[in-house]
Design a protein around this ligand. Structure first.
Ligand code: PLP
Length: 404
């Protein structure tokens, strides 16, 4: 409801002049987070930028942020690496895992192109075989979450092979909007004889749904601040398991991965940090840390993770019901949405790109997806009922008149 989310909504300049449904692409940045970034930038200039007085400030910014992210993920902070985005969080640890020729990667059919292509390249270089876990067909919605979970486990058992060394599955599927039972998947594969690693793309879950258990149980749980957490673009993180820390090699290597940045690195055989810093590379944008922390604090003030998700579900159900009340609209999810992603298509005249443009001309912003070929609208705790009505009306006009 508007009352509950008034705080953050009023701090989002991006939402003042449009009806916004692209949180899954990028969330708006609160003005207070932007100010926190600028303040941090000013502090760095005031103290340094490259002086002995700057380093304690930077170290404290990193510690504060990692502590906050470690709480969010329910893992100790030595398991959190800061990254620029989700993709880097997935790819850097992935490329360091130990694979042998002939081993197999089981990848869901709902993964993001960057992760899919990284797995394909990894497979070419290491002579691995890729298998597909077909979860795109699971569209039952939140009321049938148990059935969805059972089905995922069934599919998993069916597609795991004694040589499967990695399973890749997003927590919240970016195309269908269905939530995956990550902890159950982790449990199932940990009992499996080939002991596959579990890589979870958390692009759509971080800031939107409770993630603690999943992040704790996955081997690689990669997220970003710039989508559902209202953070700045350019800052994300990854939670890695103790097993990944022990068994993986560093991949993209830079001074930040090294225990001793000075000449000591020449003399020791294993110069890399044993903790998640082995996946951090070099200079990054420190002021963004203050911005993300500010956004996470604003989110926290909007209620617990569960309260926020219930709020999102309330809005997404309104949108889903509204879309389903239109004759020509087919929602991808067959039941109430588990979270805030709602994909749909128009049965008569489905040209998603054209529809996106037509709605954009009315100040309503959604996006199109290519697989499945459809439209996607996201609702967040900041979504107002009037925005939902405007989107439904916009789609209605388009579907009735082919009026774009
Ligand atoms: C599921 C998923 N994974 C990965 C990405 C890529 O995110 P990033 O640019 O933060 O790497 C996206 C972006 O939309 C996404 O939806």
């Amino acid at each position: 409801m508007r009352g509950e989310s008034k705080g953050i909504k009023d701090l989002l300049p991006a939402l003042k002049n449009k009806r916004y449904f692209n949180y899954g692409g990028q969330g708006p940045l609160p003005s207070t987070s932007l100010k926190a970034i600028i303040r941090s930038w000013e502090t760095i200039q005031d103290l340094g930028p490259f002086t002995n007085t700057t380093w304690p400030y930077i170290a404290s910014e990193i510690t504060l942020t990692k502590n906050l992210l470690s709480q969010a993920c329910g893992v100790p902070s030595h398991r959190i690496a800061l990254t620029e985005n989700v993709t880097i969080g997935c790819i850097l640890p992935l490329l360091g895992l130990p694979f042998e020729e002939g081993e197999r990667l089981l990848i869901s059919d709902c993964e993001h192109p960057g992760v899919i292509c990284a797995c394909k390249e990894l497979a070419v270089r290491n002579k691995l075989i890729i298998d597909i876990l077909p979860v795109k067909q699971l569209r039952q919605g939140v009321d049938k979450s148990n059935e969805v979970a059972e089905e995922v486990l069934y599919l998993l058992e069916k597609h795991l092979n004694y040589k499967t060394k990695l399973v890749v599955l997003s927590h919240l599927l970016w195309n269908t909007g269905q939530i995956m039972p990550i902890s159950l998947v982790a449990k199932t594969i940990s009992n499996y004889k080939s002991k596959p690693f579990l890589l979870v793309d958390a692009a759509q879950s971080f800031g939107q749904i409770p993630i603690n258990e999943a992040a704790f149980n996955a081997d690689i749980y990669a997220f970003t601040g710039h989508k559902w957490a209202f953070g700045p673009e350019g800052l994300g993180g990854v939670a890695v398991s103790e097993r990944v820390l022990i068994e993986s090699r560093p991949t993209l290597i830079g001074w930040k991965s090294l225990i001793n940045e000075g000449s000591g690195s020449h003399t020791i055989s294993l110069p890399f940090f044993k903790d998640s810093r082995r996946f951090e590379i070099a200079t990054s944008c420190v002021p963004l840390l203050a911005g993300l922390r500010c956004s996470l604090e604003l989110l926290r003030k909007e209620g617990s993770e569960i309260e926020r998700l219930i709020n999102i579900q309330r809005s997404s159900l309104k949108l889903w019901n509204g879309l389903n009340s239109l004759k020509d609209v087919i929602t991808i999810l067959e039941g109430s949405p588990p979270a805030g992603l709602i994909s749909f298509s128009l049965s008569q005249d489905n040209h998603p790109r054209t529809i996106v443009k037509a709605l954009g001309r009315k100040g309503i912003w959604i996006r199109n997806l290519e697989d499945p070929n459809c439209l996607r609208a996201c609702v967040h705790i900041t979504t107002h009922e009037d925005e939902i009505k405007a989107l439904i009306e916009g789609i209605k006009v388009i579907s009735e008149k082919s009026g774009y």
